[in-house]
Each structure stands twice: as C-alpha cells, then as structure tokens.
Design a protein around this ligand. Sequence first.
Ligand code: FSX
Ligand code: SF4
Ligand code: F3S
Length: 385
Amino acid sequence: MVPSSNDHAGVATTARPIEKRLEMSRRSFMQFCATLATTLGLPKGAEAAVQQAMEAAKRPSVIWLHFQECTGCTESMLRAEHPTLEKLILDVISLDYHETLFAAAGHQVEAARNAAMAANKGKYLLVVEGAIPTRDGGVYCKVGNKTAIELTRECAEHAAAVIAIGSCASWGGMPSTDPNPTGAVGVNKIIDKPVVTIPGCPPNPYNFLATVVHFLTFGSLPPVDHLNRPLFAYSRLVHENCERRAHFDAGRFALQFGDDGHRKGYCLYKLGCKGPETYANCPTVLFGDAGAGTWPVGCGHPCIGCTEEGVGFTKPIHMLAKVKNVEPPAMYPGLHESQGQGATLGSAAVLAGVAGAAAGAGAVLARNLGKQHAEAEANTDKSEV
Ligand code: FSX
Ligand code: SF4
Ligand code: F3S
C-alpha cells in the first residue's frame, strides 16, 4: 500500500521531486508550505524551512496503534478532501505499521511492527489512536494477544516521540464517558514519556500534518499547553474565531433548530454550543478543505466540545457553556507581538509568492526560526498567565 523503502539510517527515502510524488504544481506545493508555516504560527520566512524539510528525502518511520475508538481519526486523515492532504501525510511519513490500513494480518503484521521498530530504534514516531482500557488488567482491548497497555509501553520505549491522535488517545474521549466500564484513559496515563495530544473526535488531519512537519523541520514536536496540546492549534477558544460571533456579541441567538434565528445563521449558544469553553482551531482551519462553513457550527450544529476533556461527551449537549473569556479573533492583528512579526492566514498567499526566492535558506534558517518560535511561544505563555 504505502510505498516506502528504509535506508540503513532508519529513515525512508524517496527519490522523485515532491511535486511529482504529490501530483501538484510547484506553485501549489509552495503555497501549501506557506499556509502550513502560518498555521504553525512560525515567523515570516519559515515557509522556506518547511518546504526544505518536506522535500528532504527523509521520512520518519511511524508506528500507528489502534485501541478503543471508531477509527474516525484515520478516516478523517484519509478522506481529507484536499486533493493532496492524504498524499502529503503519507509522503512525509513512512507508515510502517497501521492495523487498519495494512493488507497483511496476524503474525505477518506483528513481524512488520517488530522489524520497523528494530530498524528505526530511537527514531520512529509512535502514534496512538484510541483510548486504553485499564480495568481488569486491560483485558478489554488486546491485539496479537497483548493488551493495549503492554503494546503502548513496548512501542513507546524506543520511540523518538509519542503523538496521541484524537480525543480517545488524548484523554479517554468517548470510551471514557461515565460510567467508563473499561477504565478507559489517555496514553499519558500509561507511559512516563511526554505525549503530544491532538484531541478532536475526529481531530483535524491538518493539525496532525502540521505537528509532523514541525518535527521534520525542527527535529522536535511543537510547543504545547498544560494539556500537551500544540499551541498552534489549541491556544484559542472556538468562540474566539467563530463566524457567528458577531451575533453572540449582539445577543442574536437561535432558540430552536430550524427557527428563524437558526435559518439566519445566528449564534448557537442557547442550543448548547460549547465553543466558549472549547480550545480548537476548527473555525480557522475548517474540515475537508471544501470551502467556507465546513465545520460543525458553520453547518448549523452547536460545537459539542469534542476536543475538550470535561466538556465533550461529558456535558449534556443542550447545557449552556461556561463563557471562559472574550478575546479578539485570530484574524485581528497579533496583540502579543512586536510590530511586523506575525503572519495571519490571510497573508499565506503573499508568503507563498516569496517562498520560491527564499527556498535555499536551509537548515540554518530552520534553527534560527526554531529559536524565534520558542521565544514567541514563551512570551505568549507569559502574557496568558
Ligand atoms: Fe473515533 Fe479516533 Fe473519535 Fe476517538 O478519532 S473520531 S472515537 S477521537 O479515537 O477514531
Ligand atoms: Fe459561535 Fe458557539 Fe460562540 Fe455562538 S457560542 S459565537 S455559535 S462558538
Ligand atoms: Fe469538535 Fe467543536 Fe470543533 S465539536 S470539531 S471542537 S467545533
């Protein structure tokens, strides 16, 4: 299925130019790198480093485990409507073990996992999808006669980094809903290593891709908040960037599904929208790249807080959200930056235009950007306390 060949250094190699592999124009590829750099909140000029990292013929080996979940994380990644998103994801990583996507089964596929882990010891990325049941010794989820607990610990031991994809793996998600009969928990309750979480049910595949690209560009996973969520994706409330926000501020609410306010696109707060207490970039990144409005609230359904532990699958859908804070949307000029440092999604097209000229900047630039990025994130953290 996924083409890959591993060299002796433990990374997969690819020979053809990336735009050929992805069947896209050079211009579109550079535009995509610029948008990705912008999404990651990287300083101006970062698109060159992102571009170079994605083009470099090194793809980290990825071991992808599945436990208690619906496979929606994988589905959303593969069904991404962006013509290249799925290809990009499968191009920047070497998917060496994935229970749903592998054609092989049984001993054969377990042997593939062991071989990939041995060949890429200390270098592979471990991605976990699904919650881990802990009750009764973890017997409620076994693969190859090993419990999810055993498999997670075994695979995490020599992983370069661990990513929990989806709310289930991040904090337990739907399987952990009260009364949580299997004792389902997130990955970080099972292992001591730091785990970057990308919650959402399903999570946005773009956030996963951006996280992996950050790893490729800077050799590390992106800066995270106190719940280990990447700041680039989870530092703003849904409510801060919602297109219905003006209606909230003006007190115009839909009171019933299908009523006049609902049909006019009014705020869904009184229908139980949890946007005011849910951190996620859904309104700015959207889903499926199918145009404006392709996210829950955009489609007329209240946000259920699927990314947020204690909100999603916990609070009743009709219950009013706690309004946490009221900050200006991300499209406004950056309030925490000195003049001229920031980039907005709107500037992505402009950045794409200069990406070609800056493409040779290389690894030194990446290092410097990494420093700047870390400083910017540290300042943001301070200003948020
Ligand atoms: Fe499903 Fe993933 Fe939800 Fe969980 O996404 S979409 S139940 S977060 O682990 O497969
Ligand atoms: Fe949007 Fe929901 Fe906030 Fe209303 S309450 S502005 S629908 S996020
Ligand atoms: Fe989930 Fe709310 Fe986004 S339900 S997908 S966090 S809008």
